[in-house]
Design a protein. Structure first.
Lengths: 540, 85
């Protein structure tokens, strides 16, 4: 048995024969042309044919991998409309009197090198796209036609790297897994593997002599086994059966309600950290966004984000969620999340320091900018706001005064805004103890279990030495959650959980019995939590 | 000539897809359209040129429209950027 290790792109297990994919190589020979204008015309015709092929690939990809991932072929077609690219090809033909193949290959290489030299992994990965498109034009010029046939039996497909057009042309029903020598986690093969939900590995250094041999891919570990022994084969056959069953279940759960056997429904929302996460939220069928962390707007920057910048981000998410609830958490900077331009002093104990709502109340101008942006965006969807690190009723009253000022300013300027539910994070023992009074002031509570655990158990989250003491199932933590839910309901507030504990399916039944109204978890956990909810029977 | 500046808010910056859409929007106007970041200026009607600027979130770009219908072009492109990037 041979074991080859690469980098995991997508988990899962595949068992089957391996096949090494051979690229169609175009050999470009330089030749002199006498009639350069006829050569330009020949290029234009080939370019138009290539553009038609790319439109057809776009349509095929649309059906297979969805609009977001098919868009790359639209971009490819546009490469062949780029005035800079075309001028370069025309120029080379005309000034050097060479054949179109050479002009295209040279131009493609130049652009690919330019992108490869960029300080941006995404753009670096696009350099393969430029080469691929140029190759396509050369194939048309030379009359070569590529096809994606793989034979009858499904295979583990091995390749140096696969261009987007190659992956789309492949007969996907015959691919069990992708393993490539090169490529990045941003490459089209990686995206396709994730969309198809099949295991994939990149950076695997395999030899050519394994073609056709039996293999096993462990996507999660990034391992490829060739000629597996009986023990390995048995282990993975069993693992694969379990994974298949799980996958089938999860697919079945899409579009289903979050309802217990005895009919109690709760909301299941997703936590996100930026606009880019929304696609995954929709993909996993979340009912809304229960925690939209706004820190991404503030971190990795040199200065405060403007109201406009924030407004655009919030509006975009609200619109993409199309009427589903989006709960934006106001600035939660400080402690482990720092931005230099805030000029915060060094603190010995930042978890208990100047952070989150404390900064907002001491520096209301920062807070008001964010609130204005959120309220303006609320006109475009169903937005709610929650405030982090609350310890007292007085804080909430001060927040409400500031909110009233912001609304007054918007009214005066005739700027529209929607109905915005307002809630607080319950993540300090003080908020738990005061939850009955706090509930009178707000529409909802969202329990932040990570900080609540840290503060209740006096265990610093950043300190590995106390990790063993920070038991998230500690009765003090669970009892705090129960108290918060009970008191929240007493005061007319609905109560959700947005910390990591919300996704802990060993506690789903416990939370439901406590009467929780909403759970907000990372997008990838939505369906397994839904599964857990649907297995609970509260009448028993 | 009409000119305006805009700071990108999209976390992914101007990657291939929005670059393509921006190029299409620019190509709809007869005037010359240039897009610049720092001292690098590119033809905004070509996707490879726009991508090669590698514009990221928080970076400022300048768009220059010159020629027939430049006012309308600048207005439409500014609107496009605000709504999409």
């Amino acid at each position: 048995m041979l074991e080859i290790t690469g980098k995991s792109v997508f988990g899962g297990v595949a068992i089957g024969p391996v096949k090494i994919y051979r690229k169609q190589e175009n050999v470009v020979k330089r030749s002199k042309v006498d009639d350069v204008e006829a050569e330009v015309t020949r290029f234009d015709a080939a370019k138009d044919t290539a553009k038609q092929q790319l439109s057809a690939l776009h349509d095929k990809a649309l059906k297979e991998v969805g609009e977001t991932n098919a868009a790359i072929f639209e971009a490819h077609r546009m490469f062949l409309e780029d005035p800079g690219y075309l001028d370069s090809v025309y120029n080379i033909i005309r000034t050097q009197s060479v054949n179109a193949e050479v002009a295209v290959a040279t131009t493609g290489d130049n652009y690919a090198e330019m992108l490869a030299a960029m300080d941006d992994d995404y753009m670096k990965a696009r350099s393969a796209d430029v080469r691929d498109v140029s190759n396509r034009v050369i194939s048309v010029l030379q009359g070569n036609a590529g096809d994606g046939s793989l034979g009858d039996e499904p295979v583990i497909l091995l390749a140096d790297d696969l261009a987007p057009s190659e992956t789309v042309q492949l007969d996907k029903s015959k691919v069990l897994s992708f393993v490539t020598r090169h490529g990045s986690t941003n490459s089209h093969t990686a995206i396709l593997a994730r969309t198809m939900g099949i295991p994939a590995i990149i950076g695997a250094d395999f030899a050519e002599d394994i073609d056709g041999k039996p293999g096993i891919v462990d996507g999660a570990l990034g391992k490829l086994f060739i000629d597996p022994d009986e023990e390995t084969l048995q282990k993975y056959t069993k693992q694969k059966a379990e994974l298949d069953e799980k996958k089938r279940l999860l697919q079945e759960l899409k579009g289903k309600e979050n309802v217990t056997k005895d009919g109690r429904k709760i909301n299941l929302y997703a936590n996100i950290g930026g606009v880019g996460d929304v696609a995954e939220v929709l993909e996993n069928d979340a009912g809304g966004i229960g925690l939209f962390r706004s820190e991404f707007l503030y971190l990795k920057k040199d200065d405060y984000p403007t109201e406009e910048e924030q407004f655009e981000a919030y509006r975009k998410v609200a619109q993409m969620m199309a009427g589903k609830k989006v709960i934006i958490r106001t600035l939660d900077i400080g402690a482990d999340k720092q931005a230099d331009y805030f000029h915060l002093d060094h603190e010995d104990n930042p978890a208990m320091g100047f952070r989150a709502i404390r900064i907002c109340l001491k520096r209301p101008e920062i807070f008001k900018t964010q609130l204005r942006a959120i309220f303006r965006a609320s006109y475009y969807g169903n937005i709610a706001i929650m405030y982090p690190m609350i310890i007292s009723v007085d804080e909430v009253k001060r927040i409400k005064e500031i909110v009233a000022e912001v609304k007054g300013e918007l009214d005066a300027a005739n700027i529209p805004y929607g109905d915005v539910e307002q809630g607080i994070m319950v993540e300090t023992p003080a908020a738990v103890i005061m939850s009955e009074e706090l509930a009178q002031e707000v529409d909802f509570f969202s329990i932040g279990t990570n900080d609540l655990t840290q503060y209740t158990l006096a265990c610093d989250r950043q300190n590995a030495a106390v990790e063993d003491f920070a038991d998230t199932h500690h009765p003090a933590v669970l009892r705090s959650i129960e108290t918060t839910i009970k008191n929240g309901h007493k005061g007319g507030a609905w109560v959700g959980i947005c910390g990591e504990l919300g996704a802990d399916t060993s506690l789903t039944e416990t939370f439901l019995r406590m009467g929780v109204d909403e759970l907000s978890v990372s997008p990838s956990r939505i369906l397994s939590v839904r599964d857990a909810i649907r297995k609970v029977d509260l009448s028993k | 000539m009409k000119e305006f500046s805009y700071t990108i808010t999209d976390p992914q910056g101007i990657h291939a897809r929005p670059a393509g859409e921006f190029v299409k929007a620019a190509a709809a106007f007869p005037c010359d359209v240039k897009i610049a970041k720092g001292d690098k200026e590119m033809n905004a009607k070509g996707i490879l040129g726009v991508m090669s600027l590698g514009v990221k979130q928080g970076e400022e770009i300048t768009v220059k429209c010159d020629g027939e219908n430049e006012e309308a072009a600048a207005e439409a492109l500014e609107k496009f950027l605000k709504e999409n990037l």
